[in-house]
Design a protein around this ligand. Structure first.
Ligand SMILES: [Zn+2]
Length: 312
């Protein structure tokens, strides 16, 4: 559950008193690249509170909490003619810190899912036209109803989160398995080393009896730890074990340039031991820590996948 902060709740006379039709939950990002420090959500909520008559949404979602402005169920003013159909609209705050950015993303998806469930709205992303209920991006509203805003896909792509991954996360959430967005859109090649195709699994580790042929290439939207191994997300709730792909590797190489990468222990605490850009380290396994995929570097030292590549 996402912590809800009521510091900036609208008081009497603020906001729109109309009840919204229960058709959409609308997703935005704050779209302000100059406000991307650790308090960016607080700053956005404070600004919106003071300027609510220009625009307002239900929530501003940050890395450690969501600020509630107006009450869920009522019309807010984030998406023009679509406002009357949206009992909840959520803005994702920006963070320069990638770890906080991913935490905020997960909170935003969690709260969107919970909001949709609360109002009986289906957990689909950007499906159909104006009459089709579901979770919608502001871009979808522009394409199908009104306006020209394109958020949140530009910011999500900066985080390495594709539309496919957002749809997957909206549909399935992070309960069963936590997926780590990867640094760049990526492709894997199936490499079964002489065997036939590889059987896909779902997030619960059940075989789907859908096979990817050896040598084929697939777009990857993220990765997860399922049955104690790392698997790449190649379709809606469809995973391939990376040991059967060209992603596998016994060594990690650091790809994060700024100041190196701070290692963590298995409790998710930072060790303030840094490994430098370009260095290579043997890895001994994989685990989810704080909901993120991390590789074991020996002792109780772990490095987040998002800062390294696997190599041999
Ligand atoms: Zn927007």
């Amino acid at each position: 559950m996402v912590l809800i902060d009521n510091t900036f709740n609208f008081s009497g006379g603020m906001g729109d008193s109309r009840t919204a039709q229960r058709r959409f939950v609308i997703l935005h990002d704050t779209g302000n690249p100059n406000n991307n420090g650790n308090n960016s959500a607080y700053n956005e909520a404070s600004f919106m509170y003071r300027n609510w008559q220009n625009a307002n949404t239900t929530y501003i979602v940050g890395w450690d909490r969501a600020y509630k402005l107006s009450d869920p169920g009522y019309v807010s003013w984030g998406a023009g003619d679509a406002n009357v159909f949206a009992p909840v609209q959520l803005e994702l705050a920006h963070y320069a810190d990638r770890v906080k950015a991913v935490q905020a993303y997960r909170n935003w998806v969690d709260l969107a899912r919970q909001s949709a469930k609360d109002f009986g709205i289906t957990l689909t992303l950007d499906q159909g036209g104006a009459a089709t209920a579901g979770i919608k991006t502001h871009k979808w509203v522009s394409d199908n109803i009104w306006g020209d805003h394109q958020d949140p896909y530009g910011y999500l792509s900066e985080l390495g989160i594709s539309k496919q991954q957002l749809a997957n996360d909206i549909a399935f959430g992070f309960d069963a398995v936590a997926q780590s967005p990867i640094a760049n859109p990526n492709v894997i090649k199936i490499d079964t080393q002489g065997h036939g195709g590889v059987n896909l699994l779902n997030s619960k580790g059940q075989y789907l009896n859908k096979f990817l042929p050896n040598g084929t290439r697939w777009k990857v939207a993220g990765s997860a730890v399922i049955n104690d191994e790392e698997m790449a997300l190649v379709g809606l709730n469809q995973f391939v074990p990376i040991k059967y792909t060209d992603w596998r590797g016994t060594v990690v190489r650091v790809i994060h340039e700024d100041g190196g990468v701070n290692l963590l222990n298995s409790k998710g605490q930072y060790l303030n031991k840094y490994i430098k850009f370009g260095t290579r380290w043997k890895q001994f396994g994989v685990k989810l820590i704080n909901g993120k995929v991390m590789y074991h570097l020996g002792g109780d030292q772990w490095v987040p996948k998002m800062y390294v590549h696997l190599e041999n």
